[in-house]
Design a protein around this ligand. Sequence first.
Ligand SMILES: Cc1ncc(COP(=O)(O)O)c(C=O)c1O
Length: 428
Amino acid sequence: MTTNQEFEARRDKAVARAIAYSTTFVADRAENAEVWDVEGKRYIDFCGGIGCQNVGHRNDRVVAAIKDQLDHLTHTCFQVTPYEGYIVLAERLNALLPGDFAKKSLFFSAGGEAVENAVKIARFYTGRPGLITFTNGYHGRSYLGMALSARMVPFKQGFQPFPGDIYRMPFPDAFHGITMDDTKRAFETLFRSDCPPDQIAAIFFEPVQGEGGYNIATPELLTYLRALCDEHGIVLVADEIQTGMGRTGKMFAMEHYGTSPDLTCIGKSIGGGLPISGIVGKAEMIDTVPPGGLGGTFGGNPLACAAALAVLDVIETEGLLQRGLDMGAQIDSRLHKMAQRNSFDCIGDVRALGCMNAIEIVKDRDSGEPDGDLTAKVVSNALKNGLILVTAGPARNVIRLLVPLTASTEVVEEGLDILENSLEEALA
Ligand SMILES: Cc1ncc(COP(=O)(O)O)c(C=O)c1O
């Protein structure tokens, strides 16, 4: 048997050091909400490959669909030879996306590619250059992705210069003291001074900021953005790459708000573990781009489309949206109980939208000062105790939970016990 340590040494010799690791082991196999390493140790997975396993690792129906697709075709390039899976996936997503307008879809491989292509569509449709995004937003690692994203270190530092015509607005966030008035004032100043609204092609936002720390958009923000976009002919783009596909107890997080964006970017969990992303949205906007303007070799690969169709089947027929709401409530209530313990004054905030749960770790509740060191200790203790966690937020002091929606109540409780014990150990 090759040990974790041996693999680590080989990894460090062979793999670029720019790839940073959240865990200290090498994975061997995974099942639903559990992962085993090459030494046979079991971990509960509250990360799911950063939100890619809403239907659980190696979901039976997803695996069966991929195997079946393997016996038909693996790749032709949709632009060269179209195939059924891509077309059916587009039909199904068009039907699922709320909004009273004609819809179309197109597919890519990584989430960041969907974002890039949403920029292309918005600029083509409006004929304008400007893009608006938010503090603590995250949209990928490509050049446009970096430029649209907020966090400098380690995502952007040293990679400058970035594409221009991008303006960042404050994301209203009660816990961090940013009000809706701050946001409105920033928009007014931008339009008055730096860039008039008729030069803005699109506003990009996440309904719940993922990488940025699980900051949940207020209904007021979305009503304001929709009105602004309607007034000025700006394309409203929801980046649902992390929030979509049942994560918040709705197929799309925007269903919580009753506001329809023009374009929605999806990725991560739609592939059930295979790489696929896409844009679903207003046909009249998407179809302004003429044939040949968008595409890519692997976008909407047949295996990934087969997996995505199975993911939708699982979410729809196994009641995963209700399960997401129930599980999210179970986790939220347990996290609130933890926060009420006198010794846990370091839990500054507990946040949730459906099953997108988080705690923010602070030095103490009075100051609200982020405590990234304590958070790192909790995550490392949890790993030692058999639980995979990932952090978020500019100070890495938010523990975000992306539990597979198919996890059993017992496994979720076991994972939460480990989280609580790991926090106790970190404070000892
Ligand atoms: C909201 C959001 N947008 C875009 C991306 C980029 O997706 P990918 O890493 O698949 O390119 C991510 C990835 O974490 C994300 O969370």
